[in-house]
Design a protein around this ligand. Structure first.
Ligand SMILES: *Cc1c(COP(=O)(O)O)cnc(C)c1O
Length: 337
C-alpha cells in the first residue's frame, strides 16, 4: 500500500499508476488494457474537442469491513453510460466490458485503495469520447473509452456536516428537452458560471426547471431530496440525471418504512420540509443547512445538523457499501484481486 495520508485527501486528483484504455474503430472495441501513461493522444479536431461528444461516469470502490474490495452497483453505471452514449451518437460500451475495465483499473492500482478504517475510497471515473477528426458538424466513428481511478478522502472528515445551497434562476443547467438526463461533460461546462461563484462562497447551487423556474430540478452534480415527517420526497423532472444513490436511497426507504414520493416540488413548498439533502456518489448524502432564494429573499432553514432521516439513510447506505450488513439488494460487486 502507498504511503498516503488517506484521511487528509480531498476530492482532487491524486496520480495513480495506471489508466485503462480501449479504442473503438471499424465497428468494434479493442480489449481494455492498462497503461502507465495517463495521457491520451488526441487529434486537435477530434469531435470530443470540437463538439463536446463526450460522456462520463463516477463510481467508487470500497475496502470493506471483511478486507475485500467492492464496487457499488457498477452495472447501473454501465447501463447509464450506454444511455449517454446513445444520446451523444457514440458507440455504447458493452456492459461486461465496462465492468471489466473498472475492475482492471482497481486491480492495477490496488495500492491506492484506502484502508477500511480511513473512510477514504477509490473513485472510478470512466470516460467515453469521439476521437475522429471532424470540422464539419457530424459525429465521430472512432471512440476512446478510458477508466481513471484516484483515491479520495472521507467526504465528512469532521462528522456528518451540512452545507448551504442557493437557488439560481439566471442559469439553466439543462434545457427542458436538452441533455440533463444524461451524464455528459457539456452539462458541466455550461453550468460552471453558476456553480463556481457559489462554491467560492461555500455554497452549492440548486437549479430549477428551466421552463418556468418554479420547480426544483437538482444540484450541480447531485440530486436533491427533502423530508417531511416520515416521507422522502424527490423531484420528478425530465432534465435531471437519474442518480444511482437517489435510486438506492428510495429502495432503502422501503426497507426502513419511510414513504417515498417522486413528484414536482415547487419552490414555495420548501418551507414545509424538515430536512433537505443532496445525494450522489461523492458524499452519498450531503445534508443541506439552508436554501437561499436570492430573488425572493426567503431563506428556508433545515438546521446546522443532519436530520433524523438523513442520519438513518446515511448509516443504511454506508453499512451496505462497507459490508457491515448483509447485501439484501445485491448491490456489492466484489473484485477478485
Ligand atoms: C453523477 C450525477 C449525479 C449523481 O449520480 P450518482 O449516480 O448518484 O452518483 C447527479 N446529478 C448529476 C448532474 C450528475 O452528473
Amino acid at each position: 500500500m502507498k504511503d498516503i495520508d488517506w484521511t487528509h485527501l480531498t476530492f482532487s486528483y491524486t496520480p495513480t499508476d495506471y489508466i485503462v484504455r480501449s479504442h473503438y474503430a471499424n465497428g468494434s472495441w479493442s480489449k481494455p488494457y492498462a497503461t502507465a501513461d495517463p495521457t491520451v493522444p488526441l487529434h486537435a479536431a477530434a469531435t470530443a474537442l470540437q463538439y463536446a461528444q463526450q460522456a462520463f461516469e463516477g463510481l467508487k470502490a470500497y475496502r470493506t469491513m471483511d478486507g475485500k474490495v467492492s464496487i457499488f452497483r457498477p452495472e447501473m453505471n454501465a447501463q447509464r453510460m450506454q444511455q449517454s452514449a446513445e444520446a451523444m451518437y457514440m458507440a455504447p460500451v458493452p456492459k461486461e466490458m465496462f465492468i471489466e475495465a473498472c475492475e482492471l483499473a482497481v486491480r492495477m492500482n490496488i495500492d491506492y485503495l484506502p484502508p477500511y478504517e480511513t473512510g477514504a475510497t477509490l473513485y472510478i471515473r470512466p470516460i467515453l469520447f469521439g476521437t475522429t477528426p471532424k470540422v464539419g458538424v457530424s459525429p465521430a466513428h472512432e471512440f476512446e473509452f478510458c477508466v481513471v481511478v484516484t483515491p479520495i478522502g472521507p467526504y465528512f472528515p469532521a462528522g456528518f456536516g451540512t452545507t448551504p445551497f442557493i437557488i439560481n434562476r439566471h442559469v439553466d443547467r439543462a434545457a427542458p428537452l436538452g441533455t440533463g438526463q444524461w451524464k455528459v461533460g457539456g452539462n458541466y461546462a455550461s453550468s460552471f458560471r453558476a456553480t463556481e461563484p457559489a462554491h467560492e462562497q461555500g455554497m452549492g447551487v440548486l437549479f430549477l426547471d428551466s421552463e418556468e423556474h418554479k420547480y426544483l430540478d437538482e444540484c450541480g452534480g447531485a440530486n436533491i431530496f427533502l423530508v417531511k415527517q416520515n416521507t422522502y420526497v424527490t423531484p420528478a423532472s425530465q432534465s435531471i440525471l437519474p442518480s444511482i444513490i437517489n435510486d438506492s436511497l428510495m429502495t432503502l426507504c422501503g426497507d426502513l418504512g419511510i414513504q417515498v414520493e417522486r413528484r414536482k416540488i415547487a419552490v414555495e413548498e420548501l418551507g414545509e420540509f424538515d430536512e433537505a439533502a443532496s445525494c450522489g456518489t461523492g458524499a452519498a448524502i450531503s445534508p443541506i443547512s439552508r436554501i437561499i432564494d436570492p430573488d425572493s429573499g426567503i431563506i428556508y432553514e433545515y438546521g446546522e445538523r443532519a436530520g433524523k432521516v438523513c442520519e438513518q439513510l446515511y448509516k443504511a447506505i454506508r453499512d451496505i457499501q462497507y459490508a457491515r450488513v448483509p447485501d439484501i439488494h445485491n448491490w456489492r460487486h466484489y473484485v477478485d484481486l
